[in-house]
Design a protein around this ligand. Structure first.
Ligand SMILES: C[S@@+](CC[C@H](N)C(=O)[O-])C[C@H]1O[C@@H](n2cnc3c(N)ncnc32)[C@H](O)[C@@H]1O
Length: 256
């Protein structure tokens, strides 16, 4: 009988020195004293690939308190439903409405799964549109240890839809699992809260997010070799960002 392959253990790279970490003296230092613990990777989860599976099932396979950083870009219908842009029959609108939509309940289930797998003081970067930004997403976070700690505006530089003003920005809410802290956790202090990066039209997905910005965000809150997850990855922009920043990606999409 063939022997069972030994499980893959994801281990962060060795620390550069065995000396105890230097004390973080300022919130603006580049230190990160938070470490993710190594964990045994379930066989179904292959790192740095485009897994085709349900994101809630994906999250349930991960152990608790092991992931330093996650991205979540829910497939909601907020703007389309509430403002009734009604372009579902046309090109990009057609592709958008063909994607599997998430109910509010599903979004809450995703966030509660993300809350479970994150390390203490770990981050979720949650993409929202202006409708959700104005209405608030606090309901989604109820019962979790996630708190909103910052906001980054992505300026795509191109015009989108809008009966009044035309949309050209999307928003990335920065959520942190308690305990909430920046000192010794967030290590890049040159990132502005409005970032211009052209929309990645060539990725073939109507909601593709900016690879460089996501790379910078993950670099701010993780070490090289750390695991970055995205349970609804669409065009897998976070996979490309993770590879460019020497992080390990784990993620999936229902459409693969
Ligand atoms: C807004 S898009 C993500 C776009 C992605 N951030 C990017 O940069 O390309 C949301 C994705 O969620 C996927 N999706 C919907 N329900 C899902 C589920 N239950 N599990 C996994 N993926 C799901 C859709 O197929 C869609 O591709």
């Amino acid at each position: 009988m063939p022997s069972k392959p030994s499980p893959l253990i994801l281990t962060p790279p060795p620390a550069p020195s065995t000396a105890p970490p230097a004390r973080t003296t300022s919130v603006f230092s580049g230190d990160r004293t938070v470490e993710a613990r190594p964990f045994e990777l379930p066989e179904a989860l292959v790192p740095n690939t485009r897994l085709q599976m349900d994101g809630v099932a994906f999250l349930s396979l991960l152990p608790g308190d092991c992931i330093p950083v996650a991205f979540f870009d829910p497939q909601y219908r907020g703007v389309l439903d509430k403002l009734g842009y009604g372009n579902e029959g046309k090109t990009r609108g057609q592709r958008r409405s063909a994607l599997r939509q998430m109910t509010e309940g599903t979004i809450r289930t995703f966030l509660s799964g993300l809350d479970r797998v994150l390390i203490p003081s770990g981050h979720v970067f949650l993409w929202v549109d202006k409708f959700h930004l104005c209405q608030g997403v606090r309901d989604w976070l109820e019962g979790t240890k996630l708190e909103i700690v910052d906001l980054v505006t992505w300026d795509k530089g191109t015009f989108g839809m809008g009966y009044r003003t035309r949309r050209r920005a999307e928003y990335c809410l920065v959520l942190q699992k308690r305990p909430r802290r920046a000192k010794g956790v967030w290590k890049i202090h040159t990132l502005a809260d409005v970032v211009r990066e052209p929309a990645a039209g060539k990725r073939g997905h109507p909601h593709a997010k900016p690879v460089d910005l996501q790379g910078e965000l993950m670099a701010a809150v993780s070490h090289e070799g750390d695991v970055v997850i995205d349970p609804a990855a669409g065009s897998f922009s976070v996979l490309d960002a993770a590879i460019s920043r020497a992080r390990t990606f784990l993620g999936c999409d229902l459409e693969g």
